[in-house]
Ligand binder design. Structure first.
Ligand code: FE2
Length: 319
């Protein structure tokens, strides 16, 4: 792809080349707006948490005996064609508002969109062990996927550009995403994903290391996933093609492991983020107000999109 770039998190004006000078210049111009927006989001999210406290809306507590392993939990799966207004409202109130992940999938497994990643993003050779992230147009219509998201998050705009996740790799680190609090509407177009999601009340008890895009569990990219032994319970989801997984990526530790298609091609997944402050992790909010590296990362990413650099390859364990 002509506009492919390696992920490159730098201080301004380090490692100059002609394109990065332009990118850095654009980034510096928009930096104050990004920082101001992050402060505004942090304040709004804090107010939302206070409101929840006043309304006595709390997270479940961990079991008193934390050594007791409740282990794997499964998620509920719903056929979006069979949901009426009451069921959509139930998903808003009893799943999204309580940070409970769920999956939408048609009973016959039919696709929810015929959208595909850009041809050139798929045809350019993948580097083993790297994730390729490709942004789609902010206003692209993803058919039934967008219809479902509209039912779950009424009258709400997307938080970011939709992103395609491609590439030949196994898994990244188990992490919580940095940035304003969002829900991730994650559509699997092809292949499979073995997904771990830790609920917020579990996530809050786990020590997480600061990264640039997220806060993560040390060494959790290891294939054995030893860290799961330390979690009292977590969701494990065997994602099938044409599934839409909905979960809070700002409140829940999550990790996706690729399962190739029968023809050995790697999975293709689309991530659409919706702003939603439910039980966002406080450590993420702290970063939102203090983390200079994160400001610069978001700002240069936005500048790259502005300059139509729509794809980047990054190591799977990068965070
Ligand atoms: Fe994430």
């Amino acid at each position: 792809m002509k506009t492919m770039r390696q992920v490159d998190v730098r201080l301004p004006f380090a490692m100059w080349d002609a394109r990065s000078i332009i990118r850095d210049a654009v980034a510096i111009m928009i930096l104050p707006f990004i920082v101001a927006a992050f402060y505004a989001f942090a304040i709004l999210e804090q107010l939302y948490e206070v409101l929840n406290f006043i309304l006595l809306i709390h997270l479940p507590s961990l079991p008193p005996d934390k050594m007791k392993q409740l282990g794997k939990l499964s998620v509920d799966v719903f056929d979006p064609d069979r949901l009426g207004p009451a069921e959509w409202t139930d998903l808003q109130r009893n799943y999204i508002a309580k940070c409970v992940p769920f999956v939408l999938r048609r009973k016959d497994g039919a696709p929810l969109t015929d959208a595909a990643p850009p041809e050139e993003a798929v045809s350019a050779a993948f580097r083993q062990g790297c994730i390729r992230v490709v942004s789609a147009s902010y206003f692209h219509n993803f058919g039934t996927v967008d219809h479902c998201i509209g039912k779950l998050f009424p009258r709400r705009p997307r938080a970011y550009w939709p992103l395609w996740f491609l590439g030949k790799y196994s898994q990244g680190k188990a992490h919580v995403d940095l940035g304003p609090a969002t829900y991730n509407c994650y559509y699997l177009k092809s292949g499979g994903k073995d997904v771990i999601i830790a609920p917020p009340e579990v996530t809050r008890k786990v020590a997480l290391q600061p990264g640039i895009d997220g806060i993560f569990i040390t060494d959790s990219e290891d294939e054995r996933r030893e860290y799961l032994k330390s979690l009292p319970y977590y969701y494990q989801i065997d994602m099938q093609p044409h599934s839409l997984l909905v979960f809070s990526n700002s409140a829940c530790i999550h990790q996706f492991r690729n399962i190739d298609s029968p023809d050995a091609s790697p999975p293709e997944a689309l991530s659409i983020r919706m702003a939603h402050p439910t039980f966002g992790d406080r450590r993420v909010r702290w970063h939102l107000m203090t983390d200079v590296r994160m400001y610069w990362r978001f700002t240069t990413y936005a500048a790259a999109l502005f300059l139509r650099e729509k794809a980047e390859d990054r190591k799977a364990a990068y965070i």
